[in-house]
Design a protein around this ligand. Structure first.
Ligand code: AMP
Length: 585
């Protein structure tokens, strides 16, 4: 079926204005050392993300350019120029100093997409601390786990989020010393400080200290099949990759208006919703509101967005609304459309060509890679359904395990694990405090991504699936273990198994299977009780959408729930190898 899909050729004009015009030549001439020279470096030495993103522009002719145009939920607009952002982030860095927060200590944010989020993230990077933006829709349990794993010393949040989700956790988080609340109506809640008052008292000049490019900068959480979430650590040097990939894969030009729709609580919203657009000195649109078809087209039209980076779930929701709403808006400024996070189905690429006159360009990466690794480029024909080709500076391969390592699969179309050759600047440097888990990701000189893929004759990569049980729903990566653990807290639940059930819009939805302890009866009332418990503790994005009861769940002889089998049974697929099943014949 794939071979019958058209290849979408690019016109000469698109090729001529693309940053990457000839793929092979760009790969041959690329080096990370040269890419580093596109950045300034600190006057005092080293490399600091916030200097490259903010201060170097603020000091020059770009200082008066709008860095962030914030569109409030209720219609307000606030512009922050590069000079404004520089002053605000300096105030925040000074405030951290004033609180006695030492270098390398972790500063977390739990905020919606409000200007203060951007100030706190960049101000933390200036001060030499590690920043961890958390997704504000998380419930108390994922928040507590992540604050505890990273040993948060400071948290920036709002009064409402603090009271609903954090206040009750304080006693269990002894390392969390300072909580700064944005916009309290009156006095800040007990045990917190008012963010605005603190910034008002802080000086707006701050000299970024010499920063080792290998100094820790960003902490993002991701999930595995088992165990707690993993804290993925990136260093300041990652900015070299953010900048280079912004130029090559997102085709950012200095005068662009750019809109990345991702939330900074996930890696895309930080690497490309904060850092890359600012290092390029473009105007970045930040919309506080959630997805809405009409609102999104209005933003694209009114803000004259040139480059738009979004995700397959959103694109499928736009598709569902049809082409008519597109036709009612002038989207003539749009030049380049890119997508990441889940498989982008060929139909969506073809629809986008019809709706916008331009295809969405799928690209692939993950929290651990810190930046885009494989992409469909502005100058290259798009093969709908393919993730594209590796970025200059990136070596990718499909590999299979051997007895003592891995070997490359060179035959086109043959499936294996997607692997990358380590050495790019935004490669993660650690799973926070878990050196063994980190070491397991590398074999025979390759970083193993955990994704299954195959290549084709021309070096395009095609996504096949995840190699593990992790769930992707609306672009959010959910670890089944975290969900199972909360369901197990209910006194009636004996076992819980959680899978991703395919969904035409969200890619997958979280589905749970539970077996009950004696004395508990399956039924609608209990199902609702479990759904409510999960939503309260985990937040709506992480909680299961469906719960089924089962007499018992399939387990391996070593006692692990076989989620693969639950999924196969749910979908009516062949059960595959069941020889390790507990009650196998
Ligand atoms: P995260 O670390 O949350 O960004 O999720 C990364 C995972 O999302 C990858 O390992 C893939 O499983 C999936 N993913 C990201 N981009 C794509 C893509 N273009 N096509 C298919 N899956 C993708």
């Amino acid at each position: 079926m794939l071979s019958s899909l058209p290849v979408l050729e690019k016109c000469a004009e698109d090729v001529a204005r693309a940053n990457l015009r000839a793929y092979d030549a760009a790969r041959a001439s690329f080096s990370w050392e040269a890419a580093r020279r596109d950045l300034d470096g600190l006057p005092s030495g080293g490399l600091n993300i916030a200097h490259e993103a903010v201060d170097r522009h603020a000091a020059g002719p770009r200082g008066s350019r709008v860095a962030i145009r914030w569109l409030g939920r209720s219609g307000t607009t606030r512009d922050l120029t590069y000079a404004d952002l520089s002053r605000q982030t300096s105030r925040f860095a000074n405030a951290l100093r004033g609180l006695g927060v030492g270098p390398g200590e972790r500063v977390y944010t739990l905020l919606g997409r409000v200007p203060e989020l951007y100030v706190a993230v960049l101000g933390t990077l200036k001060s030499g601390n590690v920043v961890c933006p958390l997704f504000s829709a998380f419930g108390p349990e994922p928040i507590r786990t992540r604050l505890a794993i990273g040993g948060a010393r400071v948290l920036v949040t709002t009064e409402a989020l603090y009271e609903r989700k954090v206040a009750a956790l304080r006693a269990s988080l002894p390392e969390l010393e300072h909580v700064l609340v944005v916009g309290p109506k009156g006095a800040p809640p007990e045990g917190t400080l008012a963010f605005d008052a603190l910034l008002d008292r802080s000086a707006d000049a701050f000299t970024i200290p010499a920063t080792d490019p290998e100094a820790p900068a960003l902490l993002h959480f991701t999930s595995g099949t088992t165990g707690k979430p993993k804290g993925v650590l990136h260093v300041h040097q990652a900015v070299v990759a953010h900048h280079a990939t912004g130029r090559l894969a997102l085709d950012l030009h200095p005068e662009d208006v750019f809109w990345c729709t991702a939330d900074p609580g996930w890696v895309t919203g930080t690497s490309y919703g904060i850092i890359a657009p600012l290092t390029h000195g473009v105007t970045s649109i930040v919309d506080e509101a959630d997805f809405d078809v009409e609102r999104w087209y209005r933003i694209l039209a009114e803000q004259r967005v040139n480059v738009w980076y979004s995700a397959p779930t959103a694109i499928r929701m736009l598709m569902r609304a049809g082409i008519e709403p597109v036709r009612r808006h002038d989207l003539g400024a749009l030049r380049f459309l890119a997508s990441v996070g889940e498989p982008l189905n060929p139909e969506a690429v073809l629809w986008s060509q019809e709706a916008f006159g331009r295809p969405f360009h799928d690209n692939w990466w993950q929290t651990e890679t810190g930046g885009i690794m494989i992409a469909n480029f502005a100058s290259m024909p798009v093969r709908p359904g393919s993730m594209g080709r590796p970025l200059p500076g990136i070596e990718a391969a499909v590999v299979r395990p051997t007895e003592d390592g891995v070997e490359e699969i060179r035959e086109p179309g043959l499936e294996g694990e997607l692997a990358l050759r380590p050495g790019w600047p935004s490669m993660f440097r650690a799973y926070w405090n878990e050196p063994e888990r980190y070491a397991k990701c590398f074999r025979d000189g390759w970083y193993l991504t955990g994704d299954l893929a195959h290549g084709d004759d021309d070096g395009y990569f095609w996504f096949v699936g995840r190699g593990d049980d992790v769930i992707k729903t609306s672009g959010h990566l959910i670890g089944p273990f975290e969900v199972e653990s909360v369901l197990m807290e209910h006194p009636g639940v004996a076992e819980a198994g959680v899978i991703g059930k395919p969904d035409p819009v969200a890619h997958e939805v979280v589905k749970a299977f539970v077996s009950l302890k004696p004395g508990f009866v399956p039924g609608e009332a209990l199902r609702r009780e479990l759904l409510a418990l999960a939503r309260k503790r985990l937040g709506a994005v992480v909680a299961p959408k469906e719960i089924d009861f089962a007499d018992s769940l399939p387990r391996t002889r070593s006692g692990k729930i076989m989620r693969r089998l639950l999924r196969a049974r749910e979908l009516g697929l062949p059960e595959g190898d069941v020889s390790t099943l507990e009650d196998a014949p």
